[in-house]
Design a protein around this ligand. Structure first.
Ligand code: SF4
Length: 187
């Protein structure tokens, strides 16, 4: 996408039926469309990847264009946990606690090599990937990833959000996923 492009395009309408004065679609599609375009991220930044995220929020890359200008530093009002940077084993319980405090539905994005796999820090003190403690929806590779990659990761989250069934969080699969991480259940 051309960053300097000044054109504003409307969000794509979900499939549905249209007539004079009405448009009908599935509830899931309408909810998915609204959620996807108003994701509030919680940035959990511990090191250099966080700086790259700051650039992503700045005027040039401007994550606000995707409905995410409102960062949430409270887990209770966040939809997307973005973990960026090295997570030490001492820090791991805090990441879990923040995740647990977020209301459903919630998504997780792991940014950079450190958050995704421990990166170059294959040591006794560093967690070798946050998916050892919480479920992750999208991984962004790189050390550090460029802002374009962060935007790409957020757009991948958008795809998941748009296409998620409203029943997923009540499903047995989701319940087992949560239980496999030691959380009670989704909802
Ligand atoms: S992945 Fe690289 S840039 Fe990101 S926190 Fe680790 S060392 Fe820093």
């Amino acid at each position: 996408m051309e960053i300097t492009d000044k054109k504003v395009s409307l969000a794509k309408m979900p499939d549905g039926h249209e007539g004079a004065g009405f448009f009908a679609t599935k509830l899931d599609d309408a909810v998915g469309l609204a959620r996807k375009n108003s994701i509030w991220p919680l940035p959990f930044a511990t090191s250099c990847c966080g700086i790259e995220f700051m650039a992503t929020m700045g005027a040039h890359y401007d994550l606000a264009r995707y409905g995410s200008e409102r960062l949430s530093f409270s887990p209770r009002q966040a939809d997307l946990l973005m973990v960026m940077g090295t997570i030490s084993k001492k820090m791991a319980p805090i990441v879990r606690q923040v995740y647990e405090q977020m209301a459903e539905p919630k998504w997780v994005l792991s940014m950079g090599a450190c958050a995704s796999s421990g990166g170059i820090f294959d040591t006794y003190s560093v967690l070798q990937g946050i998916d050892r403690i919480i479920p992750v929806d999208v991984y962004i590779p790189g050390c550090p990833p460029r802002p374009e990659q962060v935007i790409d990761g957020v757009l991948k989250i958008h795809e998941l959000v748009q296409n998620e069934s409203s029943r997923r969080r009540y499903s047995e699969d989701y319940k087992s996923l949560m239980e496999s991480y030691g959380f009670e259940s989704g909802k």
